[in-house]
Design a protein around this ligand. Structure first.
Ligand code: BGC
Length: 751
């Protein structure tokens, strides 16, 4: 849909080629990424002492790894995070108070994925790349591309989808947009980091098939198609070995099969063993549990510092393992702003705020509309805006992804600005957040079991503040229309480590019940005012059966960034036609999800992925289980028709063509989704798997022909015994639709 990113890619590519001296040659990865010649790297490495080499492979402060001043090799400078360049930490471990570090706060990852707009993935990365460069960063710690396995994962807001293809596709755009500015992407967390409970130690037990079909493909995409210069290893173990130094995942798959020639960075304190880190591919160790005093850190205490020196000097491990890490680090430095001039960056410019707005406009999903929306500001005299989230700021919460935004438009402000003098906007908070530590699964298994036993506290957080509720209901009763803004929050003062609540790092949710008495509040508002639209924030859905049937309109806004309030108002009042589509299935309770119904979550020391490849809609659709809103679903103020499916073979690929027509009376955008299904497979396969999509904007009455190319890999599965990708002959059904449960066109092909 958006040609600009491709043109920009080409321009960036040309300028890179033009700026390359004879020292540079193409690598095996994307041609857009040039590296210094290997011979030059070797001669540089030959000049280094062992101590100098070791300096490069571990942290030298909270967000830098060491350099070698004698040889003109700088430190590498890292920054979180996925949706904005994080606060400055200086060299210390705490955010600096007075730094000049305000940044553009983009909508969170799951909101980006909801746009299903590949071009926006690129633009998003481009904004981050420019802002990171302006602040002197070389590596940005994103995108977050772990698969959303359970709706309870506290970090789902940072991730993209339950589907590997959608995750990979949006992730590739992000990586290219970022790296075209000279800032290395660091897709994270490799891999199977699908929960926060016991995140430092949990052992995820997963079949090779599920790894290759579900948990690895997005990483493969960002490495091979995106050309990522670095990847971050996860905290957890996978099948018994820590992911950050995993012989199979790092050495065999990432660096072997996929040909990744960049840096495998640890997560902050994810290295647990010097020997394994040396042998199994960890290139830089960041953060460590070994640091005894954060105020007086001794970086030589890191696993890849003094302990590594001992293993090498004793002859137990050969120095060439360190040389290989150093080679990768130098490669990354030459590619990125660390050792190469990529021009100036820019920060907090209007075009970045416009991008934040565009992503929010396209990422917010309209899930229900009984004809209430869009509101007509000229026909409404009083609007009651109700809910704590209407007036709450989100940017500076949630853990490592937090951003200090230049500003943040709340929904209340967005609505007030849009409505202006046309109507009176009244506000009531309606409910208030309050906390009890025992509500949350902590980072340790013990806290997890405690919290589940302590159901009384759960009751407490579910109950409403009577006074606030009555005040809000009275306001709702007298208004012409009500906009309720609620849902999840990120965190709050006074919380335990990381201020994590609900949607936050190091915490998982306990269940999907609406917190702080909001369900009762919505029910009461619905009782007194039919014209009520519900807007929810959050990295996941909530239980809906208690309030949705009586609710006329429901918009899911995720955490929509610094311009989120503007976008919410524009959609509610019809200035923008919503076009977001769910990147995850919304079912009514967490127990309905395969990770809970069939598999295990969050486990205890280990967690078995018994649901195997049947994650998200692959499970719901194959097992025909009820969902409230399916994967890929989202409403518009106009209507679309899909017709004329045509499937043709061409040079080993399959061209799937369909016509999409805007049959309503407003300009709008539809996402044409292509799923593949094997009719009679020899092993269990899902009812459908997303293998292509395209978003098209159309004026009323206008049609477009969409062509989606499916390569052979779109039909393959990972053979559980042969342990390789296989194309099984037989009859395949191509399904084209506007959600996983709304397949409108089908065609059979024999392969
Ligand atoms: C998180 C990473 C983050 C890092 C640095 C870790 O705790 O898991 O996602 O990039 O901290 O802040």
């Amino acid at each position: 849909m958006n040609q600009k990113p491709f043109i920009l890619t080409i321009i960036a590519l040309l300028s890179l080629i033009i700026s390359c001296s004879t020292d540079y040659e193409e690598t095996t990865q994307s041609a857009a990424h040039m590296s210094v010649s290997e011979a030059k790297l070797d001669s540089l490495i030959n000049l280094m002492t062992l101590d100098e080499k070791l300096n490069l492979i571990h942290a030298s402060s909270s967000f830098t790894s060491g350099g070698i001043p004698r040889l003109g090799i700088p430190e590498l400078v890292f920054s979180d995070g996925p949706h904005g360049v994080r606060h400055e930490h200086g060299r210390g471990w705490y955010a600096l108070e007075d730094a000049d570090d305000k940044a553009t706060y983009l909508p969170v990852g799951i909101c980006l994925a909801s746009t299903w707009n590949k071009g926006l993935g690129y633009d998003y990365g481009e904004v981050l790349g420019n802002e990171a460069k302006e602040r002197g960063k070389n590596v940005l710690l994103g995108p977050g591309i772990n698969i959303i396995r359970s709706p309870l994962n506290g970090r789902n807001f940072e991730y993209l989808s339950e589907d590997p293809y959608l995750t990979g596709t949006m992730g590739v755009g992000y990586v290219k947009g970022l790296q075209d500015q000279g800032v290395a992407a660091c897709p994270k967390h490799y891999t199977a980091n699908n929960q926060e409970t016991d995140r430092h130690n949990i052992n995820a037990i997963i079949s090779k098939r599920a790894l290759h079909e579900i948990y690895l493909p997005a990483f493969k995409d960002v490495v091979q198609d995106g050309g990522a210069w670095s990847v971050m290893g996860a905290y957890n173990k996978v099948n018994g070995q820590y992911a950050t130094h995993h012989e199979y995942l790092v050495n065999e798959v990432l660096k072997g099969e996929w040909g990744f020639d960049g840096v495998l960075l640890s997560d902050w304190a994810s290295v647990k063993d010097t020997r394994e880190a040396l042998l199994y591919g960890t290139d830089i160790e960041m953060g460590t549990e070994l640091l005894r005093d954060l105020n007086n850190p001794e970086y030589d205490e890191f696993y890849l510092a003094q302990p590594a020196r001992e293993l090498i000097e004793s002859g137990e491990i050969e120095e060439r393992y360190v040389d290989e890490k150093v080679r990768r680090i130098l490669r990354l430095m030459h590619r990125s702003t660390a050792m190469n001039d990529h021009g100036p960056g820019k920060r907090n410019v209007e075009e970045h705020q416009q991008k934040a707005l565009e992503v929010a406009r396209e990422g917010i999903v309209l899930l229900k509309n009984d004809g209430l929306l869009p509101f007509n500001a000229n026909e409404i005299q009083t609007i009651a805006v109700i809910g704590h989230n209407a007036n709450r700021l989100f940017a500076e919460r949630g853990g490592s992804s937090q951003v200090k935004p230049l500003y943040e438009v709340t929904p209340l402000e967005g609505i007030q600005t849009l409505v202006g003098d046309n109507a009176e906007v009244l506000y009531a908070e309606g409910y208030e957040p309050y906390y009890d530590e025992s509500l949350f699964r902590g980072a340790s298994g013990d806290a997890a079991s405690q919290s589940r036993e302590n159901m009384e506290d759960v009751e407490l957080a579910r109950s409403a503040n009577e006074e606030l509720m009555q005040e809000a209901v009275a306001l709702a009763e007298q208004a012409d229309a009500v906009i309720f803004v609620g849902g999840w929050i990120h965190g709050h003062e006074g919380m335990p480590w990381g201020e994590g609540t609900y949607d936050a790092e190091a915490r998982d949710k306990l269940n999907l019940e609406l917190i702080f008495g909001q369900e009762e509040l919505i029910r009461q508002i619905n009782r007194v005012n039919d014209n009520t639209a519900v807007v929810l924030m959050g990295g996941s859905n909530v239980e809906m059966s208690g309030w949705l049937p009586e609710t006329s309109a429901y918009l899911h806004a995720w955490y929509p960034g610094m311009e989120g309030g503007t976008a919410i108002a524009e959609i509610l009042f019809g200035e923008v036609n919503p076009s977001g589509k769910l990147p995850v299935t919304f079912a009514d309770s967490h127990e309905m999800y395969p990770s809970h119904a069939v598999g295990e979550f969050p486990g205890n020391e280990s967690v078995e992925y018994t649901e195997d490849i049947f994650v998200g809609y692959r499970y719901f659709d194959t097992e025909d289980k009820p969902v409230t809103f399916p994967f890929g679903f989202g409403l518009s103020y106009t209507t679309f028709e899909l017709s004329d499916l045509n499937v043709a073979r061409e040079d080993g690929t399959l061209l799937v063509q369909a016509t999409v027509t805007n049959t309503g009376d407003r300009t709008g955008a539809e996402v044409v989704q292509v799923y593949v299904h094997h009719r009679d497979p020899s092993v269990e396969r899902p009812m459908r798997e997303l293998k292509g999509f395209e978003k098209v904007e159309l004026e009323p009455g206008v049609s477009a022909i969409v062509t989606i190319e499916l390569e052979e890999s779109a039909f393959q599965y990972y053979h559980p015994e042969e342990l390789e990708w296989v194309l099984e002959p037989g009859e395949y059904e191509i399904q084209v639709g506007s959600s996983s449960r709304d397949i409108k066109l089908r065609a059979d092909i024999d392969l």
